[in-house]
Ligand binder design. Sequence first.
Ligand code: ZN
Length: 110
Amino acid sequence: MTLIHVSWTNYTQTKLPVLFCPTCKCKRRMLARFQDWYGWSSTCLSCGDGWEGGEMRERPARPRWRQESIAHAKAAWLTYKTEKARGRDLNAGCYKLGGTVAPAPWILEA
Ligand SMILES: [Zn+2]
């Protein structure tokens, strides 16, 4: 069964800490993001496994999902850093774009 998680709650914190990965069994760089009501979600940038609120995210039954998960996490981090460098705080959820309020990019993804 495929579980689709649809959430309009914005991330309020985005970090790239080094945390212990139970799958890799050592400390790894992870994308960690916090959502109100849902808590922290993290993705290991080495193995692609993810955790939501302390529980391991379901692994997709398709080939190359680890590479896709790692690429998605890296892209999310690069988007966050790029927009932050431009003066836009993606953690604020919405930001001014040409005078109008646009949704944060990750809402348009997936
Ligand atoms: Zn890992």
